[in-house]
Write a protein that binds this ligand. Structure first.
Ligand code: PAF
Length: 282
């Protein structure tokens, strides 16, 4: 497995593979890999001849006061995991390599980013779209894999690819959970033992909401209130949002009449903001 730090090195490798007729699968990550990422790699291995994992903590998608500095980083550890899973190349650039002096171009969108995480993280998706666009241009993947835990990110990337006629197939992969239901996330490493013990409440509360929908509840506010109440009942003090939005437009709905996404972001203590979601088909 190769580890490349520069765009030039990656492009050289990609050119060689393309000349040999290989298809390329890209798994974009910010590192501190967990089983969620490993399942993306597994899917990429099934769907493409060569698998590239990018590892880059992208400063452009973090707002002021967010966890850019404290985000866990350990390339050696991640490289070992990738090697074991049969990854062909890791692209792990420094910030200067991705955003050299004078960098001033961005990719952004008007829809899909106004609700959910976009409300409290207004510059986040511009940063995600810009870096993913750059990664697509550098790696030229046939396929790219993203986790469904970041449901809004997945919707934004799919829309960007469609709107901008990008030549890459996007595959969303299911959320991977701990045995107690907590969605796997690099940010779970911020949790104190006490917070970790409380964190499964997020999934339990979403399950409660899903049960209400299955039993026929169609008033979104009733479901949102029940989920919020359950999360707060264990002593969690800050919910960023619990929302029910239309699955395609990601706009809030007054009545649940078509497919929806129910998503939440919850602060566990001071440092960890955890997200989770489920989709419901009507
Ligand atoms: O999901 C992530 O880890 C990041 O948002 C991504 C897609 C790698 C872009 O930096």
């Amino acid at each position: 497995m190769k580890i490349c730090k520069t765009v030039k090195e990656v492009k050289k490798e990609i050119k060689k593979w393309k000349a040999e007729g290989d298809t390329i699968g890209l798994v974009p990550t910010m590192g501190w890999l967990h089983e969620g990422h490993l399942s993306l790699i597994k899917n990429a291995k099934k769907g493409s001849d060569k698998v590239v994992v990018s590892i880059f903590v992208n400063p452009m998608q973090f707002g002021p006061g967010e966890d850019y500095d404290s985000y866990p980083r350990d390339l050696k550890r991640d490289a070992k995991l990738c090697d074991k899973k049969g990854v062909d190349l890791i692209f792990a650039p420094e910030v200067d390599e991705m955003y050299p002096d004078g960098f001033c171009s961005y990719v952004d969108m008007n829809g899909l980013t106004g609700e959910l995480c976009g409300k409290s993280r207004p510059i986040h998706f511009r940063g995600v779209q810009t870096v993913v666009n750059k990664l697509f241009n550098i790696v030229e993947p046939n396929n790219a894999y993203f986790g469904e835990k970041d449901a809004q990110q997945l919707a934004v990337i799919k829309r960007m690819v469609k709107d901008l006629n990008m030549n890459v197939k996007i595959t969303g992969c299911p959320i991977i959970r701990e045995d107690d239901g907590l969605a796997k996330s690099s940010r779970n490493s911020y949790l104190t033992p006490e917070e970790r013990a409380l964190a499964p409440i997020i999934h339990q509360a979403l399950d409660l909401g899903k049960d209400m929908l299955k039993k026929g509840e169609r008033n979104p506010q009733k479901v949102i209130d029940a989920i919020s109440e359950k999360i707060l009942s264990v002593g969690v003090t800050k919910i960023d949002y619990v929302s029910i939005v239309d699955a395609l437009s990601l706009k809030p709905v007054d009545k649940i009449e078509s497919d929806i996404l129910c998503a939440c972001a919850v602060y566990m203590g001071n440092s960890a903001r955890l997200i989770d979601n489920f989709s419901f088909e009507v």
